[in-house]
Design a protein around this ligand. Sequence first.
Ligand code: S3P
Length: 166
Amino acid sequence: MTAHLVLVGMMGVGKTTVGRIVAARLGQQLVDSDAVIQAATGRTVREIFEHDGEAAFRALERDALREALERKEPSVIVAAGGVVLDPDNRAALRESNARVVWLVGNVPTLVDRVGRADHRPLLDGDPAATLTRMADEREALYREVADAIVSVEHRSAAEVAVAVLR
Ligand code: S3P
């Protein structure tokens, strides 16, 4: 099986930005699970959540992760924040020989960075409260799949990318 590099972590931690830098350094393709879903369905993450519900989105997310992990060419895979919620996804990550890096940031850092992103309908209400709750609920799940943990605190995206590559 191919040794992909998978970035996991909370919304706003910088997975996509860091993933782009890492993919460019490695000369590999970047596969972003949200982007794969949007390309496959022709709809935005928000539209899928609003019309079909979160469960439908999570099913698409599961397929997108499977397809990404099955790619023949080693790739940099950006797994959206909620990928770890599904036990099957966690098993797929552990069982693949992909290297999984968990990007970690404090909640205030995440809140600063999320902005009003259209692909994050779950943050529509009170982003700080939601991110605090999610970080609590998900910490053990990210830890379960991570081969390495990289903090994004006090580091630029380029510095985080160097730490990931290390
Ligand atoms: C989600 C994260 C988002 C997106 C959706 C749900 C989550 O992706 O998939 O809004 O549950 O953490 P990013 O992690 O790329 O922001």
